[in-house]
Ligand binder design. Structure first.
Ligand code: SAH
Length: 461
């Protein structure tokens, strides 16, 4: 793995995709401000007696604006720390304006940018296997001085984001590192991408806030307890290895690492990778950041204070979490990165949480999981089967939507044996105080790879 040389065309696609994602992040305050203006317009249309009755609402709108600025401040800090894996300043040309309005409520997996089709190169940790630039998870240097370039980048990005990039700010003496981020704000942003940024904010709560503890207890705790039970001798000798495909913001992979595994998260969304990299590598202390994750919807809210409540994160200091050496996050498409000879039989455990249904072809995912596990290795899965591509009707888009029964049949075919099976009630990035909660009855299993599968001929009844 890792020897593949990418064509210029592939790299260009990757750069375009990354620019689009940076643009979406930079566009966050503008998009949020548009919503507030919409609330204000509606308020203005009220008949005077109704307006009088609701005279406190303008103050709420102002408070939302303040919350938006706080969220923006976090986003800008995160972008400032991000080092793109490419030369981003080549051939900067803004897109055509997207008019796509096809934003939709979708599944837990609906945050994956379309443009990411291959192994991308961000990794946290010592992953020499990958052709990637690696960002080690290490205690950040607290006394790092802010350079001039960083300073100007921050202010420029703020101004660009707000003013849709006044070219005067970007030309001339500004450093190259500023330019591509600054120019990224010229790229138009679809509502789908606006939505993805908001999804990331909710994911922060799931993985890194105290408020997400209940969800983590429902989803991650059973997995952690199981992996702990299955590898009792791990402190002695070489620690077992565990792969977490679709690792999201990295909390589960980090917890597995802290338990004493050589843990690797794999994630193909730049939205996720930029954010997890920031939290894992740049956090100086627990609860360093405060965001307002729930401001973007007025629906199903119990009170203004509920809707505007602050959420601090990360609830732990990642660099002090007692991780095991070798913890890494590998950017790239699971199929492309791990369907590689060098990966065969190399993992003691694979953990998938809310991941399986992100597949175009779930059979391929299962086949690869079977291939990369050692004989005797374990696969722990938790999640629903809300197939991510089920309602995309593109001619070339495939989506194989199997029932749980069929998923298990496929797993048995590839040499797995069921050890534990149950259903777990849980939510995904839920606002705990909302009047509407989407609950999943997620399938949970532990399977063991008994053999290489080809010999495992199952006569299905
Ligand atoms: N496991 C995390 C995230 C689940 S959402 C959690 O429980 O919170 C599914 C994740 O899988 C998303 O972050 C998505 O970007 C990622 N993903 C989807 N398809 C992928 C692929 N082919 N390769 C790697 N990651 C993928």
């Amino acid at each position: 793995m890792g020897d593949r040389v990418y064509t210029k065309e592939e790299e260009d696609l990757e750069i375009q995709s990354l620019r689009r994602i940076i643009s979406a992040y930079l566009n966050y305050p503008d998009a949020a401000e548009k919503d507030v203006r919409r609330y204000e317009r509606s308020f203005k249309k009220l008949p005077p007696p109704h307006k009088a009755l609701l005279s406190h609402l303008p103050l709420k709108f102002q408070r939302i604006r303040w919350c938006i600025s706080m969220n923006t401040s976090f986003i800008m800090n995160m972008l400032q720390a991000f080092e793109p894996p490419f030369d981003m300043i080549e051939d900067i040309e803004p897109d055509h304006v997207h008019t796509t309005e096809n934003t939709h409520e979708h599944s837990h997996s609906d945050i994956s940018p379309i443009g990411e089709r291959r192994n991308i190169s961000i990794s946290l940790g010592d992953s020499s296997d990958f052709p990637n630039k690696s960002h080690k998870l290490e205690a950040p240097s607290l006394d790092k001085e802010e350079t001039h370039a960083e300073c100007s980048l921050r202010s420029t990005m703020h101004r660009c984001a707000v003013q849709n990039c006044d070219d005067k700010l970007c030309n001339g003496d500004e450093k190259a590192s500023c330019d591509w981020k600054c120019h990224a704000s010229m790229f138009s942003v679809s509502l789908v991408d606006v939505d993805k940024v908001r999804c990331i904010i909710r994911n922060i709560v799931r993985d890194w806030a105290q408020e997400g503890q209940r969800e983590r207890d429902e989803c991650y705790k059973p997995i952690l307890e199981e992996i702990n039970r299955l590898f009792p001798d791990r402190t002695r000798g070489r620690p077992p290895s565990c792969l977490v495909p679709g690792a999201g913001l990295g909390r589960l992979a980090l917890e597995i690492s802290s338990l004493g595994f050589v843990s690797q998260g794999n994630e193909f969304s730049y939205y996720m990778m930029i954010c997890s990299s920031f939290i894992l590598n740049n956090t100086r202390e627990a609860n360093e950041w405060t965001i307002y994750p729930w401001i973007h919807s007025n629906c199903n809210s119990l009170s203004t204070d509920d809707q505007l409540r602050p959420v601090s994160f990360p609830d732990i200091h990642p660099a002090s979490a007692g991780i095991t050496e070798g913890f890494s996050m590998c950017g790239g498409d699971f199929v492309e990165v791990y369907n590689d000879r060098s990966q065969e039989g190399s993992w003691d455990a694979v953990v998938t949480c809310f991941f399986l249904d992100t597949a175009h072809n779930i059979v391929e995912y299962i086949e690869i999981i079977a291939k990369i596990l050692k004989v005797g290795g374990v696969w722990i899965n938790l999640g629903p089967l809300l197939y991510h591509f089920a309602d995309s009707y593109g001619e070339d888009e495939m989506s194989i939507e199997l029932s749980l029964e069929d998923v298990k049949k496929v797993a048995f075919y590839y040499g797995f044996e069921l050890e534990v099976e149950k259903m777990i009630e849980t939510t995904y990035t839920a606002n705990t105080r909302s009047m509407m909660q989407t609950r999943y009855t997620a399938a949970y299993w532990t399977m063991k790879k008994k053999n290489h599968g080809s010999k495992a001929v199952h006569t299905d009844k």
